[in-house]
Design a protein around this ligand. Structure first.
Ligand code: ATP
Ligand code: MG
Length: 394
């Protein structure tokens, strides 16, 4: 019965030129999400409103599921389309709508008409009153409540007439592309995909970098990261995933530095390389899945030492989350099952038994001097052999 959707979005803070950019980005992301659905759709924008109209048969559930991945959407209202064939026919359509959508008739309602086409013979107030009367006539068990109705029946008079009353919650946030671009350090774990999701939710486009260390990490571990990137791209749009071969750097650090500092020094080099790629690709920030105290390399001291190599802002959206809270989000967005597959990622190979938990920056820097001879060359090679995979959800 539904043939169109009114897309609601929160407009707070979105004014003037920003609003235009916001709406443009939202339309673009809606089109991207609908490409995955069966059927043809048209997405149109009038001031303050966005409509999705089906131009062919379509799968209702699939369409809703995909619209729910579009950040910026606060609500999705499925609409029924009625031809304008006079008030009597409109009344019949409204009665049929109430009957179809609400089989159980014990609730209060209110009609809220909106006459966008001013040549319609009745004005909004008249429509509210007349249509309310028609509905009460058909279903005397209903009651009218103009202040707190259970059901708000919206009647929109545009070129066509639309009826809607349900609002399916969207994911909120801001449309991807409305807030610049950032580089996600994406590993195969639970946390970093969630971190990417959370920053994309604020309208930030995402690129990603994965450090792999063949043969210590397998092709399956790499494939797992590609799969995670694809799952995040359902929400974030296409992701350019940079795969950096980190083996030689890792081995060199292993050879030259104290083993209890291995992880923290490795993390510093990952951040350095990520920042370099970020600068070359117009990313304005880095994103990691770190959370205070989760592991030795994420104590407040360790985070400080890791952060010291970066000049771009580093977004750590999970910083105050407990593991359970992160798991909840990963289950909700569908990355959890992939994240827990048991393929080792690059950090689990060279982990020390007793890693430092309170690294001292001066000492770390002193030990990094052991790397002076070859590290620049190794970083250069790593960057030159960057493999870029364009990941998107088809
Ligand atoms: P995750 O669950 O995201 O793997 P984690 O709890 O395993 O995180 P660490 O291994 O300490 O934590 O990594 C902290 C952050 O560093 C990760 O969230 C990710 O952003 C980044 N990171 C770690 N390893 C890699 C890697 N091999 N490639 C890219 N980024 C990485
Ligand atoms: Mg990890």
């Amino acid at each position: 019965m539904f043939t169109a959707f009114l897309i609601k979005y929160a407009e707070i803070g979105v004014k003037g030129k920003n609003r235009y950019l916001f709406e443009e980005a939202l339309v673009k992301q809606i089109r991207y999400a609908l490409k995955r659905c069966e059927g043809e759709f048209s997405v149109t924008r009038t001031p303050g409103r966005i409509y999705v109209e089906a131009a062919s048969d379509f799968d209702y559930d699939e369409t809703i599921d995909n619209l729910k991945t579009v950040f910026g959407i606060s609500g999705i209202c499925p609409m029924v389309h009625v031809e304008d064939e006079g008030f009597e026919k409109l009344g019949e359509a409204v009665v049929k709508y109430m009957d179809d959508v609400y089989p159980d008739k014990h609730f209060s309602f209110k009609v809220q008409a909106r006459r966008a086409r001013k040549n319609y013979p009745l004005n909004s107030m008249e429509l509210n009153v007349e249509l309310g009367a028609v509905i009460l006539d058909a279903f005397p068990e209903l009651t009218v409540d103009v202040h707190k109705p259970d059901v708000m029946l919206n009647v929109e008079i545009r070129e066509k007439i639309y009826l809607y009353s349900e609002v399916i919650p969207g994911p909120g946030g801001m449309p991807v592309g409305s807030n610049g671009k950032a580089m996600l350090l994406l590993s195969g774990g639970i946390d970093s995909p969630v971190a990417g999701y959370m920053i994309a939710k604020r309208g930030v486009k995402i690129d990603a970098v994965y450090f792999h260390a063949p043969p210590y990490t397998s092709d399956r571990a790499k494939q797992k990261v590609v799969d995670l990137a694809r799952q995040v791209s359902r929400y974030a749009g296409p992701i350019y995933l940079h795969v950096i071969n980190f083996t030689d750097i890792q081995l060199y650090i292993y050879e030259k530095c104290p083993h209890d500092e291995l992880t923290i020094i490795m993390r510093r080099y990952m951040m350095k390389i990520a920042e370099q790629i970020a600068r070359e690709t117009e990313c304005l920030a880095l994103i990691t899945g770190e959370s205070i105290g989760q592991v030795a390399s994420q104590t407040v001291q360790s985070l400080g030492v890791t952060n010291e190599v970066c000049t771009l802002p580093v977004f750590r959206p999970l910083i105050g989350f407990d593991k359970m809270e992160i798991v909840d989000v990963s289950e909700k967005i569908g990355t959890y099952e992939t994240s827990i597959l048991p393929y080792e990622d690059c950090c689990t190979i060279f982990v020390a038994k007793h890693p430092v938990t309170k690294p001292n920056l001066n000492i770390i820097k002193r030990h990094e001097q052991n790397l002076e001879e070859k590290i620049d060359e190794l970083m250069k090679t790593a960057l030159e052999t960057d493999e870029v995979i364009i990941v998107k959800e088809e």
